[in-house]
Design a protein around this ligand. Structure first.
Ligand code: HEC
Ligand code: HEC
Length: 360
């Protein structure tokens, strides 16, 4: 039975060959290099090319990731309650670790539950064009969380976007110039949390993702010295610190050039579109330009109450819940800093457009 089936199969292949060669006779003159006797050569070259492509593919998918030799120093965790309180505030508020590292997020959904703050057990998956990226469990669980990672290694991840093995990561997190004191506060708080066992799958990158990770993405570099400590105040330098090093307003409110893989817009003068479930969002111009600045005419009180109001559009990517937990004075410091920027004229058009309207 098996043999007969095989014979039938061979016969079919042979028939197919005949008809292919018959068909070749009818093709226009300029393609006559495909004549049967040249066909073998053609197939050989084609085969070689396909082989090379497959090799290239295998190389990109399976080549080991490069390790970046970024030294880090270990430091002592703090158990001081003021330091832990500061860490918790940063993690759930302005530094918004909880925006991504909680399971029940859908983008950045409410993490403030009636009973308190949800654990940072990870598991949220970002569906991106370069693969499925899972935010990790950052509770102190030894097996599934960061229990076994040293404080120095975690600090290196936050400053340079390399993971605990020193491999570069897709830059979701940029805390390169966080003050030393805030770094100690964040990591001490993370390590002091109750462990939650939640095995999170490894991120799954496609060919483009692997290419980016293995050949193009570079760790974040320090471009200025790390400050030891900076005390909260309404001063412009504290506002600048919160805006640039902690909250990352500029990461969305600045234009990013996909070809050059870098920000090339004027900082905070408006950013690229986000496509939500029902709307397309365009982060507005936050510089105090009289014509095109989105908050030029807002008072400080209006700015603070806008942050207290939270999300107006459910599918907005702006982490309103996290920023809504910021202290009044911190929001004021950000406001004052933004209003002190050089005005930049940049008409961003509508901030929110319904997707249905767009299609009409
Ligand atoms: C915008 C989303 C986002 C924010 C905000 C964010 N993270 Fe992450 N984080 C991720 C993702 C995604 C990964 C996993 C990336 C990967 O698989 O390479 C990750 C990985 C990590 C890791 C694991 C690194 C390793 O060795 O595997 C640590 C630790 C971490 N984050 C801590 C933090 C802390 C602390 C904060 C806040 C100060 C924070 N993250 C804020 C998205 C985020
Ligand atoms: C993850 C991306 C992201 C980050 C980070 C971010 N924004 Fe936004 N922002 C947006 C988007 C998108 C919109 C438009 C949609 C909306 O209003 O919810 C927006 C809107 C705004 C608005 C206009 C709101 C209104 O009702 O008119 C203000 C003001 C603003 N952002 C300020 C800030 C400040 C200040 C920070 C840093 C503390 C910040 N944003 C961080 C993406 C972001």
């Amino acid at each position: 039975m098996v043999v007969r089936r095989r014979q039938g199969y061979r016969f079919q292949v042979w028939r197919l060959k005949i008809s292919v060669f018959d068909a070749l006779k009818t093709i226009p003159f300029q393609y006559q290099f495909l004549k049967p006797h040249k066909m073998k050569l053609f197939l050989k070259i084609g085969g070689l090319l396909i082989g090379l492509l497959l090799l290239g593919y295998a190389y990109i998918q399976f080549a080991p990731s490069k390790s970046f030799d970024l030294p880090y120093s270990e430091f002592e965790l703090s158990t001081d309650s003021t330091v832990l309180e500061r860490g918790k505030y940063l993690v759930y508020g302005p530094a918004r670790c909880s925006e991504c590292h909680t399971q029940e997020t859908e983008g950045a959904v409410a993490f403030v539950k009636k009973e308190g703050l949800s654990p940072l057990a990870g598991g949220h998956v970002f569906h991106t064009p370069i693969g499925e990226i899972y935010a990790k469990n950052i509770t102190s669980d030894n097996e599934t969380g960061i229990g076994k990672l040293s404080p120095g290694a975690i600090a290196r991840t936050l400053r340079h976007a390399v993971n605990s093995q020193g491999h570069v990561m897709v830059p979701f997190m940029k805390y390169t110039h966080l003050s030393e004191a805030d770094m100690v506060a964040i990591i001490s708080f993370l390590k002091a949390q109750a462990p939650v066992s939640n095995p999170v799958p490894k991120s799954d990158y496609n060919l483009m993702g692997n290419m980016a990770l293995k050949f193009f993405l570079k760790p974040h570099k320090k471009t200025k010295p790390i400050i030891k400590d900076i005390k909260p105040s309404l001063d412009l330098d504290y506002g600048a610190y919160l805006t640039h090093e902690v909250t990352g307003c500029g990461s969305c409110h600045t234009t990013f050039n996909m070809d050059k893989m870098e920000y090339d817009g004027v900082p905070l003068a408006g950013g690229g579109d986000f496509v939500g479930k029902e709307h397309i969002f365009r982060p507005p111009n936050l510089t105090p330009d009289p014509k095109t600045g989105h908050i030029t005419n807002w008072t400080e009180a209006q700015f603070v109450s806008r942050f207290r109001a939270g999300k107006v559009f459910k599918d907005s990517p702006m982490p309103w819940e996290n920023f809504g937990l910021m202290k009044d004075d911190d929001l004021k410091a950000v406001y004052r800093y933004l209003q002190s920027l050089p005005p930049h004229e940049n008409d961003m058009g509508l901030v929110v457009r319904a997707i249905a309207e767009e299609e009409e």
